[in-house]
Design a protein around this ligand. Structure first.
Ligand SMILES: [Zn+2]
Ligand SMILES: [Zn+2]
Length: 419
């Protein structure tokens, strides 16, 4: 069997092709559940490399498996979606998901070309997952109404479709904004719930008879204030984040607004805080509405769960990082207020997501760009490949899901219940 060093050469020797692919995927920025060209690029490569796959999974997802062993089933999840540009001019990979896509393909090709998986008792599946960014609800909810999807995110749908049944662990990676370090490991990701409060009041002439109206904008503004005071009552480590936005305000300036919509995510680092904060935000909506004789209708959509990382898997990943950097170049256990549907996977089975640096500009902004090609595309792929090598060849490193089916039932039960 190849040594790890020999296996890693499969990436080193492909460097130019990998960097070109990275650029091509970065240029191919498509919103969630619209990633048709991205999926086609992926499947074209898989065809060229003779790797079989399933496509159109949760509309635009692709799954490819290397090896047939039943001893241990490793998953690597790569997001493929992009975001709208802030300047309104099309789309951009401003969260760096194209880097993950490229990384997955580099690791997949090295495993496929080397034939190493077939010499072990394991197999490795690559999940190219659509629609990680939690946006574009009108489009996605339309797809749900048409029966083409069940949920708003790629991994949520793939979980419901059974794509992760029988997978023993999931590895993933995400760009981070760090300049001082090469990698981060053990990061939190917050969980969140999406909330929408519709305030209904009474319209009236704002000059002649404002007192006859019941101003819904006032109700929403009052609720926003209550919510901002509420944040004070949670400890910093809970990671509570509340940033409400008015998605519908008033109409004409001479009319007292009679319908205002306030939406917010409730984000928290753990399930307990998330649950509690949701109830208290509801109380802010309801009581502020009541104070001004308005009606308030609240609807909730379950977002993503907090990420709980597997310490055992992270140990293996960290050892592989150390092949390429010093320990002070690895940030340990950072706290992040961001969220991802990889958190949902971590509720079901041992999961990790490490961070890699090498991007600059702001995330979710048009200024985002890849700056360190070596770290993003080459070194990070080697870390993943090295960790997979270890899991395939050393059984003591393997961790398995506990009660997968039971957790999945509980998880889907919660997603399917709308308050
Ligand atoms: Zn993002
Ligand atoms: Zn992202």
């Amino acid at each position: 069997m190849l040594t790890k060093e020999e296996l890693l050469l499969y990436i080193e020797n492909e460097k130019q092709a990998i960097l070109q692919r990275g650029e091509a995927f970065f240029q191919c920025a498509e919103l969630g559940f619209c990633e048709l060209q991205t999926a086609e690029k992926i499947t074209n490569l898989l065809d060229e490399w003779g790797v079989s796959y399933q496509k159109e999974v949760a509309l635009t997802g692709v799954i490819a498996t290397i090896g047939k062993g039943v001893g241990y089933h490793i998953g690597f999840a790569a997001d493929i979606d992009a975001l709208p540009r802030k300047d309104g001019n099309g789309t951009i990979h401003s969260c760096g998901h194209s880097i993950q896509t490229t990384m997955a393909l580099s690791v997949l090709k090295a495993l496929s070309d080397s034939g190493i998986v077939e010499q072990t008792d394991g197999r490795v599946s690559f999940f190219f997952t659509p629609a990680e960014e939690y946006i574009d609800f009108a489009y996605r909810d339309g797809l749900i109404e048409e029966g083409k999807l069940e949920f708003r995110s790629g991994k949520q749908n793939m979980i419901a479709l059974g794509c992760f049944d029988g997978v023993d662990c999931v590895l993933s990676a995400h760009a981070n904004g760090e300049e001082e370090a090469k990698f981060d490991i053990g990061s939190t990701l917050a969980g969140f719930m999406a909330k929408k409060a519709v305030f209904i009041g009474r319209a009236a002439h704002s000059g002649a008879a404002p007192h006859l109206g019941r101003n819904t904008l006032h109700g929403a503004v009052l609720a926003m204030n209550a919510i901002s005071f509420l944040k004070d009552q949670f400890a910093a480590e809970c990671g509570l984040r509340l940033n409400p936005v008015l998605t519908e305000g008033g109409g004409s300036v001479n009319v007292i607004p009679d319908r205002t919509v306030l939406e917010t995510y409730v984000r928290a680092n753990d399930n307990e805080t998330l649950f509690q904060a949701c109830q208290r935000v509801d109380a802010c909506f309801e009581h502020c509405a009541k104070a001004l004789e308005l009606q308030c209708f609240i609807s909730n959509t379950a977002g993503y769960l907090p990420l709980k990382q597997s310490k055992e898997l992270n140990k293996t990943v960290r050892q592989n990082m150390l092949l390429f950097c010093k320990s002070e170049e690895i940030i340990e256990n950072p706290v992040s207020g961001a969220s991802g549907d990889v958190g949902d996977l971590s509720f079901l089975l041992p999961t990790i997501q490490f961070g890699f640096s090498g991007v600059k500009g702001r995330f979710h902004d048009d200024s985002f760009m890849v700056s360190d090609y070596e770290n993003c595309y080459i070194t990070s792929a080697k870390v993943v490949l090295g960790a997979i090598y270890d899991l395939l060849t050393e059984k003591s490193r393997r961790v398995y899901p506990q009660k997968f089916q039971q957790s999945k039932k509980e998880y889907l039960g919660r997603l399917r219940t709308k308050e």
